[in-house]
Design a binder for this molecule. Structure first.
Ligand code: 13P
Length: 393
């Protein structure tokens, strides 16, 4: 077959690996494989900008503040402090978070829900401008949520590819520079080969479409904490999932230098009889990442997945005790917001105390990114776990 005479790197299309798009291998290699050629992928119009954006989000001592809860999930957060799920309350909560003075010292990006991307403070300053003033890159959740996956073992798949290109172009115009798509994999449900393939393919299509529209895609196949399995089983599933994700990212010609990952940490299932120490979690998680993630990827920004604020920070700190090939940091929602909400209670007079609580968590995780965090003096509230079975976003 004609294409067997070419060495495929990143391009699945044989039309891209012949003629003037190809380069010869070095003379030595050419002697061994006389007719083989390396493929050259055409750079997209946003490639340089994507690489710059990803690098700036993955900058030392900083991570992502995730506040992209859908209206339904934000409603649950507000209900936990006795507030109604109205647009006014959601706006007030997001205003508290996004106007925290000095936030940009520890936070490099913030993922917003669509409603928030188009909102402003009560004084009329857009939230996008609030972020830009702190040198924080605005991001946007672009998936349309999880629905049952027919033919699977009670698993789900993530919707949102229809119309994604035009939505992404609009989000870019509004100031977003990165995107997030969260799909999930359940260990107790299998996972089935079908669910893993669907998750990986969906992430790869989303990533390619995002890059084509100037948005750095955060690639997030969340391996849920649910289950009583040991840590070894999580490692096995995580390796399988990330192998497929990278296979399809390459098939879709995604530029690895212009993506960010949002993995779950490799831990035992939430109902497993033994808890793992931060050192064990760090060891398993880094082993998995080293086996699966090319160093071309600039940043690994973990989700917290229901761990307590302190656990999530300690685990991140343990992963940064020696140099890694990528920036290893955070993109937490629950593990940055829990204490903040409790301090706020929906009262204007508590806004400042709540903002200080946010800075405390952001700084703790910034130190953890630098491998310099100590849990001494942390509050009891920050040590409480937040795991909820079947959590949606
Ligand atoms: P958690 O840190 O609460 O798990 O958030 C996950 C997420 O995807 C937020 O964008």
């Amino acid at each position: 077959m004609a294409c067997s005479t070419f060495l495929k790197l990143n391009a699945p299309s044989s039309s891209w690996i012949s003629g003037h798009h190809s380069v010869n291998l070095s003379p030595g290699s050419a002697a061994r494989f006389p007719t083989r050629r390396l493929s050259v992928i055409r750079a997209g119009s946003y490639t340089d900008e994507l690489i710059k954006t990803a690098k700036s989000i993955a900058s030392p001592g900083r991570g992502i503040l995730a506040i992209d809860e859908s209206n339904a999930t934000c409603g649950k957060r507000l209900a936990s402090i006795g507030l109604d799920n109205t647009e006014t309350n959601r706006q007030a909560y997001r205003q508290l978070l996004l106007t925290t003075p000095g936030l940009g010292e520890y936070i490099s990006g913030s993922i917003l829900f669509e409603e928030t991307l188009y909102q402003s403070t009560t004084d009329g300053k857009t939230f996008v401008d609030c972020l830009r003033d702190e040198n924080i890159v605005p991001g946007i959740k672009v998936d349309k949520g999880l629905v049952p996956l027919p033919g699977s073992n009670d698993e789900s798949w993530c919707q949102g590819l229809d119309g994604l290109a035009s939505r992404s172009a609009e989000y870019y115009k509004q100031g977003a520079r990165f995107a997030k798509w969260r799909t999930v994999v359940s260990i107790p449900c299998g996972p089935s080969a079908l669910a893993v393939k669907e998750a990986a393919w969906g992430l790869a299509r989303y990533a390619a479409i995002s890059q084509d529209n100037g948005l750095v895609p955060i690639v997030e196949p969340e391996i849920l904490l649910d289950g009583d399995h040991p840590i070894e089983r999580t490692l096995e599933v995580a390796e399988k999932v990330w192998a497929e994700v990278f296979y399809y990212l390459a098939e879709n010609n995604v530029t690895f230098e212009g993506i960010l990952l949002k993995p779950s940490m490799v831990t035992p299932g939430a109902e497993h009889k033994e808890k793992a120490s931060p050192d064990t979690i760090a060891n398993y998680t880094l082993t998995m990442l080293r086996r699966r993630v090319p160093p071309a990827v600039p940043g690994i920004m973990f989700l917290s997945g229901g761990q307590s604020e302190v656990e999530a920070t300690l685990n991140l700190n343990a992963m940064n005790q020696s140099p890694n090939p990528w920036h290893v940091s955070f993109s937490y929602a629950r593990a940055l917001q829990n204490t903040v909400l409790k301090k706020w209670q929906g009262r204007p007079e508590n806004v400042q105390a709540a903002q200080i609580a946010l800075l405390v968590r952001a700084k703790a995780n910034s130190l953890a990114n630098l491998g310099k965090y100590s849990a001494e003096g942390e509050s009891e509230e920050a040590k409480k776990g937040m795991f909820v079975k079947g959590y949606t976003y």
